[in-house]
Ligand binder design. Sequence first.
Ligand SMILES: [Zn+2]
Length: 439
Amino acid sequence: MDRGRRLGKYSVGVGDRFAHQAKAQLQACIEARENGVDIEPVWNKSNREHLIIGSEPSSVRQAADAAVKALGWKKPYYCDADHITAETVGRYFGACDFFTMDVAEFIGQAAPAAEIERFVERHGELKGRIELPNADGAIEITSEKLRETAHKFLAAVKRAGVVYRAIEKAKGAGAFISEVSMDETDRAQSPAELLIILAAIADEGIPVETIAPKFSGRFNKGVDYMGDAGQFEREMALDVAAIALAVRQYGLPENLKLSIHSGSDKFSIYPAIHATMKRFDAGVHLKTAGTTWLEELIGLAEAGGDGLALAKEVYAEAVAHREELCAPYAAVIDIDAAKLPSAAEVRSWSSEQYTSALRHVEGAAAYNPSLRQLLHVGFKIAAKMGRRYLDLLEANEAVIAKNVTENLYRRHIAPVFPGANGDAVTERRAQEWLPTEKA
Ligand SMILES: [Zn+2]
């Protein structure tokens, strides 16, 4: 599986719903580079987001290209057609060079029995006890388990093959990065299942560079991980070891790595991710997605005046349309309606009250995860405001950019990527950055 471009060891997926923060996001990668760590930025936007906002994939490309040019970034960068399917991929051929093929809806749909049997016969090497170097554990796969896993995932992997070949036909082999995602489903995949899935992906001839499984625990939008961080770490170690084995055994690309989705704000597992990357010298793609939009709101609130007024208006609308906004994200949010302040109460808030309720500082007295999740899914309201919202973003660019860069670098990149040197950077930048850990 020879190919041209290769995704680097460390990469960060950044979402930019309104295509106004690419420079501020790129600035976070420049900070990392100044600290000696190369992290490739990937601007991702899902088909679902494009539809909600009414934007075109080319707008992501234009914003990324403009930021790269303005800041003189000479390293690789990508635009990710995030969570696309065979039906939706066509729109992204021109603008994107990274494709996240979402086949979660095919999990559990049975492939033809003959194909399952062929797969089980072909992969006798997967049966038995597979020792995974360095992972303090082994993977045990019985014939039963192998057949059952093939039954559950083969149709999904075959579907990824269909999507991959459509992209390959349009763009040419080696001209894009392939990711396979199975995270938006209800049950986590075990390391054994991941290994079997990778064998099937290799059979399909997909030069997969990032794979997004669903991990155990709850990955809600924009708020911290809920689950057992110790178990996450053991599972991630086995996943990383399984990937290394699959690379050797099936000739998958050597840079194949985990893609951690809904990566935004999973602060309690960042130390586990960091430790596992160091232990295995492994890469990771950290998809942080939509919290940039929340930094826009924080910046507007902080700016006061019209900015604060608009931030309050967004909240009032979000409360009024809570059910409709939450419906598409039901599987990935947990809002406690009793904890949501009324629109009237928020209308009386100062900049400080608004930003400290919204800004994700775990343990801060004023931080309100329910409010944060509601606003997280409330971007449709700002989208409807159109020019009025964008004009305010532009008028308050400096204060917003500072929040965007700080959030991405200090809360995501520095704690996750080995060598990004979170502590030293936090010290050095503390003076320039806004006070965040106030409470
Ligand atoms: Zn995802």
